[in-house]
Design a protein around this ligand. Structure first.
Ligand SMILES: NC(=O)c1ccc[n+]([C@@H]2O[C@H](COP(=O)([O-])OP(=O)(O)OC[C@H]3O[C@@H](n4cnc5c(N)ncnc54)[C@H](O)[C@@H]3O)[C@@H](O)[C@H]2O)c1
Length: 373
């Protein structure tokens, strides 16, 4: 027999447990209006099941630069089978055999809901998106995936009492925002479809939080640098490519001007921040969208740091007008004091550690030889 017949009568569960957010029955808020009409026989067992130990996590868009690494981290913490990766692409063997993977197109609302219900999902980590440069090249698709897709995610999360994480970005700011540093709360008038869709996500998530009690959590990531996954078409991609080119060819052509300063972060810090904000006790969060920061550098400064290890590296500049215009409208530095104060955010990687780690990862033999010399 269905437990709850309409969302009008559904009492939301507060996600009390700092870790799994999937337990306790204390209600904070009644949903007066359904965020989306649901069929009268819909069953919401998943709202109130008492699985005390671990969250059951679904990651959308999980085959991009960040999803596989996050799944690995969460699986270590919560168990392999409690973390499901999903995407619309075919996973490579190593991903497919490392834990549960499922096809999920975020534009298919019914399929998404089925996955959440059948797998008793309690945390939804929404990584699907078209990034800045790719989005400008296909605005209708970016609008569909980043905005319509987000609406599906919000409704599913609200209906099923999920803890929802949606990443935002430095790209959610624009040329009229203060750029050095950029605080959490200031004017946001981005000029890319990516940025517009991320401001929309921040505002909609916060609105659903206040209106429906959705446990929405959002971090504005800087440009993320990783060694074992490729970036997905963002403006900060150069900061990953330089390492590959430095090692493979000894020559790097940068598509941004040498003095273009942007906030950046090593992937381990980014993924750890994500887990930390997801686990933060509700009462510690004075906001629902936080800047997080680690370092800020220009292509010139990054190249100089790489050249300390690989002095033969040659760097040339062939500026891409679209990416440069985007970068020129973004923050140069992020103020993340609220994240540090509220839930104890602290980065571990600055520029020298980042460069050593990237080169060590991509070329371990060379670094080992250097250390012995
Ligand atoms: N990587 C960064 O530097 C960075 C910085 C700031 C914010 N972010 C945000 O973090 C999230 C993850 O970033 P990423 O770098 O891994 O992105 P990515 O571009 O590498 O991966 C995005 C994934 O979304 C998938 N996708 C596209 N359309 C889909 C659909 N209809 N249904 C389901 N999946 C779909 C793609 O197949 C892809 O695997 C994104 O939301 C991004 O905006 C990333």
């Amino acid at each position: 027999m269905p437990v709850v017949r309409t969302l009008t009568r559904t009492v939301k569960q507060v996600l009390k447990s700092p870790v799994c957010g999937c337990q306790t029955v204390t209600s904070v808020r009644s949903i007066g209006v359904s965020p989306r009409q649901v069929t009268s026989d819909a069953s919401f067992h998943s709202v109130s099941f008492s699985e005390a130990d671990h969250p059951r996590v679904l990651i959308t868009g999980g085959l991009g630069q960040l999803g596989v690494g996050l799944a690995k981290l969460l699986r270590k913490r919560f168990g392999k089978n409690n973390v499901i990766l999903s995407d619309i692409r075919k996973p490579p063997d190593n991903v497919f055999y490392s834990g549960p993977f499922i096809y999920s197109d975020i534009l298919d609302y019914k399929n998404l809901r089925e996955i959440v219900v059948n797998n008793r999902i309690t945390w939804l980590i929404h990584y699907s998106a078209l990034l800045s440069a790719v989005g400008e090249a296909n605005v209708p698709l970016a609008r569909a995936v980043n905005i319509t897709g987000l609406h599906n995610i919000l409704d599913i999360a609200a209906e099923h009492g999920l803890r929802l994480f949606v990443p935002s970005t430095i790209g959610a700011f624009g040329p009229t925002s203060p750029r050095n540093p950029t605080p959490d709360l200031c004017i946001q008038r981005p000029r890319t479809i990516y940025g517009v869709s991320k401001v929309h996500a921040e505002l909609m998530g916060e609105y659903y939080h206040y209106r429906y009690g959705l446990d929405f959590r959002c971090l504005r990531y800087p440009g993320i640098i990783s060694a074992d996954s490729q970036p997905g078409g963002g403006t900060t991609d150069y900061a990953v490519q330089i390492f590959h080119d430095a090692i493979k060819t000894g020559r790097f052509v940068c598509n941004l001007k040498p003095d273009t300063r942007l906030p950046m972060m090593y992937i381990d810090d980014c993924l750890r921040a994500t887990v930390e904000v997801l686990e933060a006790p509700t009462e510690s969060l004075t906001m629902r969208t936080y800047n997080i920061n680690a370092m800020s550098f220009s292509p010139e400064e990054l190249a100089q740091e790489v050249q300390k290890h690989l002095p033969e590296l040659e760097v040339a500049y062939n500026v891409d007008a679209v990416r440069q215009a985007i970068a020129d409208s973004w923050p140069m530095n992020f103020d993340d004091n609220n994240a540090r104060k509220d839930w104890g955010w602290k980065h571990e990687y600055d520029l020298p550690e980042l460069v050593t780690t990237m080169l060590g990862y991509l070329n371990p033999e060379r670094l080992a030889a250097q250390a012995q010399a």
